[in-house]
Design a protein around this ligand. Structure first.
Ligand code: MLT
Length: 201
């Protein structure tokens, strides 16, 4: 997958896996990663699917209607890519924290939905429920931060709550932060994610 890797100053820190929104690129979330931990290594990845020229992490049939077969295929592809990257760049595969926005948050959610050991934790900005009707793996003590908007027309509050409950039901430690805005990523929600991250053990 198209990507970049920046080795951090502190190799004991997690590697931050950056997953952009629709139409984004692997470097979009670099400023966000810098606010969350500027000493951590960073792996920025570009989605392998394009929709009218816009990179995405998986296909959709319509706004908010996912191509589930492609989602499952692309989730496995990303999971295997992280394995390969850990090997190539020498970072700890068991210490990867995803930072995803919108479509990138959805594939990060899908990694959590499908694999027990894909991520040590995740920061999901404006995520949706990636898939329904599957049993989640055991996510005991996996920390997850969700940033959401009470007026988000794409990721509706009830869907945010459904996602949080599903993750909690699988054992994850979920913190949801609400902003009174829409789908945009705000400075204050990134700051909240940084505060949450700073308390991780
Ligand atoms: C998706 O397709 O993943 C969601 O609708 C969010 C987005 O617009 O990318």
């Amino acid at each position: 997958m198209k990507h970049f890797f920046h080795k951090g100053k502190d190799l004991s820190k997690p590697t931050l896996l950056l997953l952009h929104g629709t139409g984004g690129t692997e470097t979009d979330l670099l400023p966000v990663a810098g606010m969350i931990d500027d000493t951590a290594s960073v792996l920025g990845v570009r989605g392998n699917v394009t929709e009218n020229g816009m990179p995405r992490f998986f296909r959709r049939l319509a706004e908010g209607v996912f191509d589930e077969q492609d989602l499952i295929f692309r989730t496995k592809e990303l999971y295997e890519f992280i394995d390969t990257a850990a090997n190539d760049y020498g970072f700890d595969r068991n210490n990867v924290i995803a930072i995803g926005y919108s479509n990138g948050a959805n594939i990060a959610g899908s990694l959590l939905y499908h694999y027990k050991d894909a991520l040590r934790g995740a920061i999901l900005f404006h995520p949706m429920v990636p898939l329904r009707g599957i049993e989640l793996p055991n996510l005991t003590r996996t920390p997850v931060f969700i940033g959401a908007g009470t007026n988000d027309p794409i990721c509706k509050p009830e869907e945010t709550n459904e996602l949080a409950e599903m993750l909690k039901g699988a054992g994850a430690q979920v913190e949801t932060h609400w902003e009174n805005y829409g789908h945009q990523l705000t400075h204050t929600e990134v700051q909240k994610a940084a505060d949450w991250y700073s308390l991780l053990k």
